[in-house]
Ligand binder design. Structure first.
Ligand SMILES: Cc1cc2nc3c(=O)[nH]c(=O)nc-3n(C[C@H](O)[C@H](O)[C@H](O)COP(=O)(O)OP(=O)(O)OC[C@H]3O[C@@H](n4cnc5c(N)ncnc54)[C@H](O)[C@@H]3O)c2cc1C
Length: 404
């Protein structure tokens, strides 16, 4: 039986390996870029955060968040790591549950996949883009600029639009839509937020742990905690990535509220600041030893204090103002960066039109989809690649079944 897989990224490679387990299948893997798995090399800042031990339904979003569970039950993090071990990859898990290759190099993940794809019943064609699909009676035709390929089973593993410079594209949505599948609006997720806050220029590159909340017209729409990073144009870091899905979607006044000392009460912070009044230090040092020095100085300034004024002269109103900046800083948000900067695409092919047990289309038997092209996006921390492996293995396994 002939199977064509469109897209040689994480989910497409996993699908090809799973489908080829049936020796009666002939698998053709088409990749439009010059090499397989280009995006994979840039994941996890070059370290590839390939899974998360805690991956479960709660870490995923989309039209039907429960859609991911059968795939995670069938092929969750534990089985994925065993599978990779079988391919020759050693991995290590951080206390947070994030899993990386032991080598700390993303290319180790790609290399073991590439080596494994060297099987007699898998053919890989790179630099070949599927441009159109046709469904004939009991087979599909996959058209490319140079040739057309027929197959009984077709797997669309084209990924999403995120990471445009690494190969992200809308091609998979177009191909699935051409066969009658509905695509929900796509938008960037796990992406930095833009702000015009005046403190940013002095804080570029500073990292801080915090509790963060996204507010629309003063109402909280999402909250979380973790590491934040200031950039020259706004806010970044894991906590911002996770909140970015819900931020700046639609009109309204968007702000981010930041608590840089979530585990310390306002009263305890006031006590610590009052203790500083017995020193000869200037206000610039009011938060020294408590927060990153640069952040402390910017917060003092945004509280309306002069950095050179003596701490000893501060009254309780001034101290309360500083505490407000530390525990509830409001940073205006002007939008988010685009698909080129995003790590994942929210939205995509409606999951209600696919079986969560097999990834097969409910509209067109023999057609499968897996990975980011579906309306599934995960939290930061290995959830998206875990989805690519789980859904890719499922699609490949079921597409390869009953092959003669
Ligand atoms: C910078 C960055 C860092 C990331 N870091 C992490 C991380 O550390 N952990 C994590 O879990 N997730 C991470 N992600 C997200 C993760 O990489 C993706 O969710 C995952 O790769 C999706 O897998 P996929 O197979 O669906 O798509 P992709 O891996 O994008 O693969 C799709 C492939 O299909 C090809 N293609 C598309 N259309 C066609 C066509 N018409 N014909 C032929 N080929 C086609 C593309 O060129 C591409 O190679 C990161 C993403 C980015 C952009």
């Amino acid at each position: 039986m002939k199977i064509v897989i469109i897209g040689g990224g994480a989910s497409g490679m996993a699908a090809a390996l799973a489908a080829s387990e049936n020796p009666n299948t002939e698998v053709l893997l088409l990749e439009r870029q010059a090499r397989l798995g280009r995006k994979l090399l840039s994941t996890g800042n070059g370290r590839c955060n390939l899974s998360n031990l805690h991956a479960a339904q709660g870490g995923y979003h989309g039209g039907q968040s429960g859609f991911v569970q059968p795939a995670l039950d069938a092929f969750g993090p534990e089985r994925t790591l065993e599978w990779f071990r079988g391919l020759g990859l050693f991995t290590v898990a951080e206390p947070s549950g994030r899993v990386y290759p032991y080598s700390d190099q993303a290319n180790s993940v790609l290399d073991v996949l590439r080596f494994a794809l060297d099987r007699p019943n898998i053919r890989v064609l790179t630099g070949v883009e599927a441009t159109a699909l046709e469904k004939r009676d009991d087979f599909f035709l996959v058209h490319t600029p140079s040739a057309s390929y027929s197959c009984q089973r077709l797997i669309v593993a084209c990924g999403g639009a995120a990471g445009e410079k690494l190969g992200g594209s809308r091609s998979g949505y177009r191909l699935l839509a051409s066969l009658g599948h509905e695509i929900s609006p796509v938008f960037p997720s796990l992406v930095q937020l833009r702000s015009g806050w005046s403190g940013l220029a002095a804080l570029k590159g500073v990292r801080a742990n915090c509790a963060a909340a996204i507010l629309r017209d003063g109402k909280t729409v999402a909250s979380g905690s973790g590491e934040l990073q200031f950039t020259q144009y706004g806010l970044s870091g894991p906590v911002i990535f996770d909140l970015s899905r819900d931020a700046c979607q639609g009109p309204g006044a968007w702000t981010c509220r930041l608590d840089f000392l979530p585990h310390i009460s306002r009263e305890a912070l006031v006590d610590a600041l009052v203790a500083r009044k017995s020193t000869n230090l200037p206000c610039d040092e009011l938060l020294t030893g408590i927060l990153h020095n640069r952040l402390g100085r910017v917060l003092v300034k945004s509280a309306g204090l002069s950095g050179t004024a003596p701490i000893a002269g501060l009254d309780s109103r001034a101290l309360a103002q500083v505490v407000r900046q530390v525990k509830a800083l409001r940073v205006d948000l002007t939008g988010k960066l685009g698909m080129d900067a995003a790590q994942v695409t929210a939205g995509g092919a409606l999951t209600s039109e696919f079986s969560p047990e097999t990834m097969e289309s409910r509209r067109i038997p023999g057609l499968f989809a897996c990975g980011e092209v579906l309306d599934v996006d995960g939290d930061c921390g290995g959830y998206n690649l875990q989805w690519a492996w789980s859904s890719g293995i499922l699609a490949g396994t079921w597409a390869g079944r009953s092959g003669k």
